[in-house]
Design a protein around this ligand. Sequence first.
Ligand code: ADP
Ligand code: MG
Length: 474
Amino acid sequence: MAGPWEDVLRDAAALREAAAVAVDAALLEGVLMRTEARPNDSDEVNYAPFTLLPSVVPCALFEQAYAVQQDFNLLVDAISQNKEFLERTLASTIKVDDFTARLFRIHTQVLEEGLAQSVFLGINRSDYMFDCGVDGTPALKQIEINTIAASFGGLTSRTVPVHRRVLKVLGKSEEASRLLPNNPSRELALGIAKAWELYGSPSAVVMFLVEEVQRNIFDQRCVENVLWDRNIRVIRRRFRDVFEQGSLDADRRLYVDGQEVAVVYYREGYVPKNYDEQNWEARLLLERSRAVKCPDIATQLAGTKKVQQELSRAGTLEELLPGRAQAAARIRATFAGLYSLDEGEEGDKIAATAIAEPDRFVLKPQREGGGNNLYGEELKQVLEKIKDSPERTSYILMDKIKPQPAINYLLRAHSPFQASECISELGIFGVYVRQGRELVLNKAAGHLLRTKAMEHADGGVAAGVAVLDTPYLV
Ligand code: ADP
Ligand code: MG
């Protein structure tokens, strides 16, 4: 298939020149990251990795992904309020996966005490790839939904002007004008602002719960800036700070360093390495508080791979979204095959199939952040080892999605300039706010396109594999 960049891809000299322009444009526009060597100060920064050219995305699939986002918001929100579903779904997982078990324990504990929180804020990102069917027609297939710390809503808006410039330099002004504007961080911040407002204490602050290592701070600053512009105070704290300085008053209002916190926005807390005993204690304190957590722990659990797999069972979506058959159908249309490895006949059968045909599947543990999944020969070896042990149930199996690759250049500081065969992953941000039982905001909040070289099976931008991109709709 002749892509829109076929002619420019033949002119190596022009591409090199455009790449130099692109890098400077990225720095000027703020497509920035701190360096690996100095992740916690801004004395030294560089551009976040990005593609030289925008990648082609089929318009119909892009629209489909936007159209289903409010449904996904509803679904995640419904799961988070369904104690019985979470309990039943995660029962096998928490027996073998300590991290999920620990989260689940806090979930149970706060429910037993009774929730002090009455305003709920969800920020998620549903990720997709374009699966190439036997006849070559691409289909939208969900990879996963991220319900905690979904990132790059800030930096992604800034690649649009960079790619417009690149296309103009390459003589593609008409195409440049067709790149869509995109500003997720603004929409996410407006969701946070809404939750802050409903919390109803004008002197309270929004707290970004951040990691010890903060390379991606500029992405977060994009969200912060919108809040400051609206005169909402933002503080940044780590779990450690909450452990040392956090407390609840008699009404379970959260105070950190003497400041009341209205909203806790987690950009941390999604992987085991984020927690030591003190951090778990801090997490419990936050969850017990009246503050709006984005996400609350139930919503984090709603984003686990095990929940994703159970959603694909016949009837589950309909059970979770009663009276919303069309929403359920729109959601289901995006599902790839997902399989439980729980003990029993069903699990035995699919494990045997995956061992026989490993290239058809991806083996996924209950982890986030990229680099955890297993493919091909490795998938086969691991499954052979664990197929008769309960450890099997800490994983799920998923059909491997096979997108059509395209040539692009991945621009990364200190890396050679070379063409790669690439595949892309489209993410749609969602934001919603619920007060008590009433949903007061439910929106699709912009998109993120990430592209990686074909040879990498796994990994996101933060993991150093994928790079930022801008969709070019056809
Ligand atoms: P994580 O929570 O670590 O981000 P993901 O489910 O998003 O886990 O998987 C990480 C990466 O692995 C994805 O970004 C994608 O590149 C690849 N991947 C995941 N699932 C599939 C799949 N079913 N088919 C092909 N690639 C996949
Ligand atoms: Mg992912």
